[in-house]
Design a protein around this ligand. Sequence first.
Ligand code: FAD
Length: 288
Amino acid sequence: MPDFDFAQPTTLDEALELFAGSGEIRALVGGTDIVDQLKTGRRNADLVVDVKRIPELQRLEVTGDGLHIGAARSCTDVGEFPAVRSDYRSLAESAMLIGSWQIQNRAGVGGNVCNAAPSGDTIPPLLVHDATAVVASASGRREIALSDFFAGPGQTVLQKGEILVELVLPPIPDNSASAYLRFIPRNEMDIAVAGVGSFLQLDPSNNAVLKARIALASVAPTPLRARAAEEVLEGNVLTDELIEVAAEAAVGAATPITDVRGSAEYRRELVRVLTRRTLAICRDRING
Ligand SMILES: Cc1cc2nc3c(=O)[nH]c(=O)nc-3n(C[C@H](O)[C@H](O)[C@H](O)COP(=O)(O)OP(=O)(O)OC[C@H]3O[C@@H](n4cnc5c(N)ncnc54)[C@H](O)[C@@H]3O)c2cc1C
């Protein structure tokens, strides 16, 4: 492990002052990505800042404007939070399948987002719930729609000196549900070959789709929304045939690579199957 300085600030102001310094400064939540990346030379750091002691980054609550997830909250905290389990089920599903129990206890949802892996499991659920990233630096705060947060594999639009403070998910509308599924070759401790999150809001009078969100992981340089598939669904009555057309449109959003985990063709087929299944799960959840 190369040498670096280490700090554990207890206030956001103190942390932002550290991040405003010179050199390569990296945040650490659970360290399940960054420690290995530093060890293997995939990232470097002059200073590593453990942000877990900052109260704002430990926020986890529902207010009038939705669900607030502090950037240092663990996957276990988020996955077991009652409002997440009942209203943002795709997020609970994804947080509770990352790595193992030990990894989930350490790793943060914010860390998963900031690591920006194409395969980050919590990202499609956050995208389908229209999450906003609240970021801060010594010069102020700004909000970024999560769909605009990713710049490439392992890259975000965060500027030097900026850190993620929290993720905010708007309240869920009536008659809606979300679901997340991924495919991995073994039962756990693996990276998604493909992952799909879906969200549906249905009109109870006629089963028409009022709002649809579909987001994909592991099939493009960044997690992304399958917007054409969402448009296929919105305004139309949800039938098995419509779900099939939407699943085909979702395949069109994928630009997968072939690697040891699977061929591009295999990944496209997984997008079709997982989109179909997650949409059907949303429908079942809405219908009780
Ligand atoms: C055995 C194992 C299994 C795994 N399985 C999965 C899996 O199934 N699915 C999956 O998606 N991932 C998996 N991972 C990867 C990893 O656990 C997740 O990405 C995890 O959510 C990262 O969270 P963390 O808190 O440990 O991040 P850290 O390693 O602490 O940080 C990750 C990155 O985000 C940056 N960062 C962290 N917080 C902030 C902040 N507030 N502001 C700005 N930047 C920040 C860090 O500087 C670093 O670059 C696995 C890892 C291991 C070791």
